[in-house]
Design a protein around this ligand. Sequence first.
Ligand SMILES: [Zn+2]
Length: 191
Amino acid sequence: MNAQGERYRFDPGSLSLELMLTGGPGPYERYEIAHTPSGLAEWFTGSRLALTAPLTDVRIRPSELAALKELRDALYRVAPALARGEAPSEEDLVLLNDATAATPRPVIDPETRRLTWAPPVTGKQLLGAVARDAIGLVAGERSGRVRECSADDCHLLFFDTSRSGNRRWCSMERCGNRAKIRAYRARAETA
Ligand SMILES: [Zn+2]
């Protein structure tokens, strides 16, 4: 929901960029939802990680919550840099690299033969999943696709999964349609 109370769908396209929606440093503190380990654990059960396989048993320790928030702070420096086509700082890259030691382990339930994450999924594993995703945005075949919404007053960042690589808006409902309406009005006025 935005400041005007409108609901819209925003898919940032990547787990690390999605985590940035849970709050952040400075002006983003007012969006904070990760006040407690369980608060962030619950958020993960609805994140895109749960689209791959359900997250049923997530356990985040207080120290892991702090580490996840530290990583999230780093993403607020790394992701905007990527969107501007700049290189992230060496310090932040070290932080990302150091966080990848563990990740949620996929297992197949022998009875249902469906994919699950081996329980419990720990805060350290979640840290690793987010860091690996972020590393994939910095280098490799997924790099060069972090964008900032084209609206002047919107700073939402997303991973552009469009085939053409020219997604411009955080969401059509929010910024895309507003821009279209403005363009239409401008044309109508000059006509
Ligand atoms: Zn936008």
